[in-house]
Ligand binder design. Structure first.
Ligand code: URA
Length: 233
């Protein structure tokens, strides 16, 4: 792909702006040689304004989402995209979230521009386990784990029972919940169905991929090994 198009697709600016950037010598290789518009330099060798380029197409990002941010590109209020560099919104193909977390849920959220990868993670067939830690308003009753694991639990206004989910009690009002599907507000609705209320919810793992010291509000691009962890759960 020509350099101008590559840079424009990564969101650095319009094609016209990228032609100017090349003319001004802002695009170089790691040795500081100015690149021309028809350069065939490898992506990882290219610097823009002395900084390595953003990840190429096919990227997967992991964000440690704080509460108070919405998984949308255009809702009012704070959006998860506000936590990424501005130019990421201009990328082509676009970066989408892989599934969603509620505004008041925190933790592991993936973004990608790779439709095949996105489908593989969210497809019910892949059954990628998602691990949540929930803090509850009231003490657990004691029968939640059996109900959640039954494969017969019905949520209000749904026609199919939930797939079996695992519950690990951490203390009286805290539990770890492992879901193998992603229905609307699923964790909150499951606890609500037992007469409880989730006051805090955090996704701590997707498959075997955890947040591993990633600060709240911080993100990173995943390596191939980290991507593979998602499917080992
Ligand atoms: N379950 C919920 O209730 N909310 C989320 O954000 C994710 C799972």
């Amino acid at each position: 792909m020509r350099l101008v198009k590559l840079l424009a697709n990564l969101g650095y600016g319009s094609r016209k702006e990228m032609q100017q950037a090349i003319r001004h010598g802002w695009v170089t290789d790691r040795q500081g040689n100015r690149l021309k518009a028809d350069a065939k330099t490898a992506h990882e060798e290219i610097l823009f304004d002395d900084e390595p380029l953003d990840p190429a197409q096919g990227v997967v990002l992991l964000l440690n989402k704080p509460t108070g941010y919405t998984c949308s590109t255009k809702d009012q209020g704070r959006l998860v995209y506000d936590l990424l560099p501005d130019r990421f919104r201009m990328r082509k193909p676009a970066l989408s979230t892989v599934g969603r977390l509620d505004k008041e849920t925190s933790g592991a959220l993936l973004f990608t521009d790779d439709g095949t990868f996105l489908h593989k993670v969210i497809s019910p067939k892949s059954e990628v386990p998602k691990v949540y830690e929930a803090t509850l308003d009231r003490p657990l009753r004691g029968d939640e784990a059996a109900l959640f694991a039954s494969g017969e639990m019905m949520l209000e206004s749904e026609e199919k029972p939930l797939k079996p989910a695992e519950l690990e009690v951490l203390d009286e009002t805290r539990a770890r919940l492992i879901l193998h599907e992603g229905r609307y507000h699923q964790a909150r609705r499951m606890f609500a169905a037992t007469g409880n209320h989730v006051t805090e919810l955090k996704r701590i793992r997707i498959g075997a991929l955890g947040l591993d010291g990633l600060d709240e509000g911080a993100w990173k691009a995943l390596s191939e090994d980290e991507k593979a962890l998602i499917f080992q759960g």
